[in-house]
Design a protein around this ligand. Sequence first.
Ligand SMILES: NC(=O)c1ccc[n+]([C@@H]2O[C@H](COP(=O)([O-])OP(=O)(O)OC[C@H]3O[C@@H](n4cnc5c(N)ncnc54)[C@H](O)[C@@H]3O)[C@@H](O)[C@H]2O)c1
Length: 258
Amino acid sequence: MAAESALGFPVIAVNEAQTKHLFDNRYGTGQSTLDGILRATNLLIAGRHVVVAGYGWVGKGIAARMAGHGALVAVVEVDPVRALEALMDGFTVMTVSQAAPWGDLFITATGNINVFRREHFALMRDGAVMANSGHFDAELDLPALREMAEGHVREVREHVLEYDLGGKRIHLIAEGRLVNLGAAEGHPAAVMDMSFANQALCAEYAANHHGDLENTVYDVPPAIDAEVARLKLAALGVALDPMTPEQEAYVRSWQHGT
Ligand SMILES: NC(=O)c1ccc[n+]([C@@H]2O[C@H](COP(=O)([O-])OP(=O)(O)OC[C@H]3O[C@@H](n4cnc5c(N)ncnc54)[C@H](O)[C@@H]3O)[C@@H](O)[C@H]2O)c1
């Protein structure tokens, strides 16, 4: 919108604050996605083949939590750097077509549409489970799934729909909406506090600087990010060492150690 001069007011991209996406997206969504899937299905995660679509901050959190519960995790990505990161974090990287017949549980976290589609549903195993923890319920091609089931859809547990594709059943949690909100309680307050602190401090910043701001997108001022981290550490009772004056001088110098 900024590029097309379509913004009617200045915007501060709170999601890009480190104290937002490193924690809310990664640890908040990682934990609450697992929570939603467990509440809805009571699946044993250990030993399962779990496919995570998207290895951004949300996907990283989900993959780590699933691996922590003993799952074999495969990642599907479109970005080569993120795919390489997933590989070197110890996950298998596959195409969606390779992952579809391999996976037991599929979780989308891309912010994109139709990541799993008709041709992938056709390859999935009987009993496969799908959940979305990304943006909207459009990450899975649900109209195609409904069409393939030809009306053979029933609720097998609260929040779990079973689509019968002629003998093969595919399970969908929370109607493909955000699984951590649909089948659990969303993120713990102890991580949302940082997201909301960023929003509140950025709103204050915008109010105080509105005369200087243009109708474009701004990063969260680094001082706000650092302040949120400082406050969170203080709330957790964690102390940090400041650098000594000697260390400060050393790391700022180009004459020593380079
Ligand atoms: N469930 C929640 O509570 C919650 C919380 C925070 C963010 N989100 C949402 O989760 C989504 C991801 O957030 P993020 O911070 O990880 O974003 P991100 O941009 O860091 O990561 C998204 C990743 O998905 C990949 N991707 C895009 N299209 C793809 C495709 N077709 N197949 C495979 N991978 C694909 C991108 O390359 C990228 O690496 C966003 O839509 C965000 O709004 C949800």
